[in-house]
Design a protein around this ligand. Structure first.
Ligand code: FES
Length: 159
């Protein structure tokens, strides 16, 4: 509604906003929104962008039916646990060449990446792996075994 010069305007009918003011307020609002979103992004920065890795110590229960000398590989772990007449022991299944996970076979282990082979005690029988698979610390408590993937023991250590 337009008013004629000299006519009194109602307080419920404010003056229309000039285009210049409207554009200025719009630019100010956009800048404030951009600043707010960038601050939100900065608040997220300190949060680690990686997942935590699972603990290197884990418990394992060997199946009662596990044949003597056959590898038991706990799901999601790079470890083979064996049981024989001399005891229980754990061997890492991480290839000593470039770190692929070796697969247990009837003769020992075989690496699917470059063909290295290892005997059941982890000794290299075919390269290019430069050294044997490490034996890992294993302890027993109440029929459950605890394996520590970060703690190596001398080959032949059984409990
Ligand atoms: S990573 Fe196993 S042979 Fe290369």
């Amino acid at each position: 509604m337009t008013t004629k010069p000299g006519e009194k305007r109602s307080r419920f009918d404010p003056d229309p906003m000039p285009r210049r003011d409207f554009l200025g307020l719009s630019a100010l609002g956009a800048a404030a929104a951009a600043l707010l979103f960038s601050m939100f992004g900065m608040l997220r920065l300190p949060k680690a962008a990686v997942l935590t890795s699972p603990s290197k110590k884990f418990n394992v229960s060997l199946p009662d039916t596990l044949p003597e000398g056959e590898a038991f590989v706990p799901e999601g772990r790079s470890v083979a646990v064996f049981k024989d007449t001399a005891g229980v022991f754990a061997i890492s299944t991480t290839c000593t060449h470039l770190g692929c996970v070796v697969k247990p076979t009837t003769q020992g282990f075989e690496c699917p990446c470059h063909g290295s082979r290892f005997a059941k005690d982890g000794v290299v029988t075919k390269g290019p792996a430069p050294k044997a698979l490490p034996w890992l610390k294993i302890t027993e408590s109440g029929g459950t075994y605890q394996v520590d993937e970060e703690d190596q023991v001398a080959p032949g250590t059984k409990i």
